[in-house]
Design a protein around this ligand. Structure first.
Ligand code: ADP
Ligand code: MG
Length: 367
């Protein structure tokens, strides 16, 4: 099966483990972590203090040497990377960490200009960009102030402006809104959101700020050095919206639907690709997320189209429920995105529903 590529992967974490200390005092703080972050995605990392969030974030930023596992960031593999390449990579990343080292002798805009100069931008251009970002972050009236004349939250926002002024493709932020009041926290998050949409940047942000959680595309939870959950929130909500309109799942609670959504994977198809082939054994259940598919039945004289299905349509459950072979072929008539549930997970989901038999009977009676 050919698939159109999913959004470009900007960060790939594979089996990453990490240790601090030497010999006797050597302690493992990260255990076999895996994570992929796509362009345009805001990932929020949560978890108790000491669970390894900052360590993972600094590894991704090339600020720490990879000890075990593999990391690819903005297309660059980090294992054995040269100092020069590491430096080049770091320049393409916007870092927002709590320790913001502003130059005390420079004004807010001059601090921001440090970043545009490193990126080779002329000062006239850099100044205009810097002022725009400072204004966006509510510092329009503090452009020529030196750090000592600014509040903690204002200094933090200058540091954020400096990290974002070059519109980096990847932004790593550790509690970026912790020191900020409600309004400026919102400004920062709105600006991050804008960068992800306009520049297809990816943001990985450690935060416990509930006001920020609703911007997340993905929420990753870490406990004791392990990623224990990784949910595409918006996608999960979309799947639940689709599922609850399907007769089979109509009585399911949000929790039950959420559990099913978690088990569904996204698959992309190009126009002409088959999702289901007539006469095959049923292995998967589908919900169409976007695009259109044709339903084709071959009764011996070649396939004939019987219908077209659009976003939100579900198909493939019948062969799973009955064990019959696929009764029709489903072919992508446009590029499409489908949510796919394996037979095992489908069976588990429907068996878990108390009135599933009634549902099933109703479904077949209505056909
Ligand atoms: N530089 C360091 N040297 C030794 N141990 C460290 C260092 N940094 C962090 N740790 C330990 O590693 C674990 C993970 O820390 P950290 O990544 O900072 O977690 P989090 O950001 O989730 O609070 C903690 O047990 C912490 O004490
Ligand atoms: Mg931390």
């Amino acid at each position: 099966m050919t698939m159109i590529p999913s959004p470009e992967t900007l960060v790939k974490v594979e089996s990453i483990s990490h240790f601090y200390g030497e010999s006797d005092s050597k302690t493992q703080v990260l255990f076999d972590n895996n994570l992929s972050v796509g362009a345009g995605e805001i990932t929020i990392m949560t978890g108790p203090s000491g669970s390894g969030k900052t360590t993972l974030l600094t590894l991704i930023g090339g600020l720490r040497e990879v000890q075990a596992g593999a990391l690819t960031v903005l297309g660059t593999p980090l294992t054995g990377i040269s100092r020069k390449d590491q430096q080049l990579l770091r320049r393409r990343i916007g870092f927002i960490f709590q320790l913001h080292n502003l130059f005390e002798s420079l004004t807010a805009i001059e601090n921001v200009l440090m970043a545009t100069r490193i990126a080779g931008v002329r000062d006239e251009v850099g100044r205009a960009q810097g002022i725009e970002v400072l204004k966006r972050l509510g510092l329009g009236h503090r452009i020529d102030y030196k750090p000592r004349a600014l509040s903690g939250g204002q200094r933090q926002r200058v540091a954020i402006a400096r990290a974002l002024v070059n519109r980096p493709k990847l932004i790593l932020a550790d509690e970026p809104t912790a020191a900020l009041d409600k309004a400026s926290g919102r400004d920062v998050v709105d600006y991050l959101k804008e960068l992800t949409t306009e520049c297809s940047s990816a943001v990985i942000m450690v935060t416990h700020d509930h006001r920020v959680l609703d911007t997340a595309d993905r929420v990753v939870n870490m406990i004791d050095g392990r990623i224990v959950s990784n949910t595409l929130v918006k996608q999960a909500i979309e799947i639940c919206e689709f599922l609850r309109r399907i007769e089979l799942f109509i009585r399911f609670s949000p929790t039950e639907l959420g559990a099913i959504a978690d088990q569904m994977t996204v698959r992309y198809y190009k126009q002409g690709d088959p999702l289901i082939q007539q006469n095959d054994i049923g292995e998967e259940f589908f919900i169409l997320g976007s695009g259109e598919v044709d339903v084709l039945i071959d009764q011996g004289s070649g396939p004939g189209r019987v219908s077209t299905l659009g976003a939100g349509s579900a198909f493939g459950e019948r062969a799973l429920l009955t064990g019959e072979r696929r009764a029709a072929s489903i072919i992508a008539s446009q590029d499409c995105k489908a949510y796919v549930l394996s037979k095992t997970n489908f069976d588990a989901a429907v068996k878990g529903s108390p009135d599933f038999r009634t549902q099933l009977q109703r479904m077949y009676l209505s056909r």
